[in-house]
Design a protein around this ligand. Sequence first.
Ligand SMILES: NC(=O)c1ccc[n+]([C@@H]2O[C@H](COP(=O)([O-])OP(=O)(O)OC[C@H]3O[C@@H](n4cnc5c(N)ncnc54)[C@H](O)[C@@H]3O)[C@@H](O)[C@H]2O)c1
Length: 256
Amino acid sequence: MLLKDKVCVIAGAASLRSIGYATAELFVEHGAKVVVTDLMMDEQVLAGIRSSIESQLKRPVEIHGLRCDVSKADDCDQLVRQVLDLHGTIDCLVNSAGIVKSTPLLDIGAQELDLMFDVNLKGAFFLCQSVLRVFVERRAGTIVNVASLAAQRGGGLVGGPHYAASKGGMLSLTRSIAREFGPMGIRANAICPAMIDTPMLDGLPADRLSGIIDAIPLKRTGTRREAAGACLFLACELSGFVTGATLDVNGGTHIH
Ligand SMILES: NC(=O)c1ccc[n+]([C@@H]2O[C@H](COP(=O)([O-])OP(=O)(O)OC[C@H]3O[C@@H](n4cnc5c(N)ncnc54)[C@H](O)[C@@H]3O)[C@@H](O)[C@H]2O)c1
């Protein structure tokens, strides 16, 4: 049990095929008190998440679900207030909420650019800001931001240049948080996944997918549980002296 009784907020967990959901399942397995949040969260989605985790773990579990649009600062503040009402504290944030589009640069309009930055970059900023207010009071807490290989290599697999730029901003944000809040015992790290088997890969044509897989040294896509495992490591005390780091979860696609 690596997260026994730790209150963990996991954003971007509505789909049972998401990295966020897999992280919630793994964190519950490790004893965490998990609150899942998503733009698409409602009672029915939460019931599906709970029953899926219960059937995996073969025991009843306590898990809460709250709707939040991470691109809205007020929503993020309200989310944090609701988690505090439920559990009295927050120990960990995993921010896996995000959107992707593959539009080429010259075709990206202002509205599409705004949406990409609003969700992926400003969303991460607002959510971290809301949670950090709690962490500063406690002088403890861990943040794991789910960025992307796109931030490191200049997009090109699934995400376009606006996606890559938003995730690059997320990496810089994570490092800035690590530097500013490290003296208070607060850690912030990012993972850079690539080709994890989630709805984000659904739009890829089969021949494009097999071409990409051929170029991955491990010769396969990654599982959601493998991405969740990286989040678990960065969330728990095993990584107690790790902050400002970027952990690649890409099967060797980008070795640097
Ligand atoms: N799957 C991959 O190979 C891969 C690779 C690199 C990075 N990522 C990143 O991993 C994260 C999780 O993606 P996933 O692959 O699990 O796909 P996913 O689409 O299942 O998960 C993303 C979730 O974010 C939610 N979301 C979107 N906008 C939101 C908003 N404004 N407020 C709150 N929630 C919102 C969606 O509803 C969805 O449930 C994303 O940030 C994505 O960019 C995924």
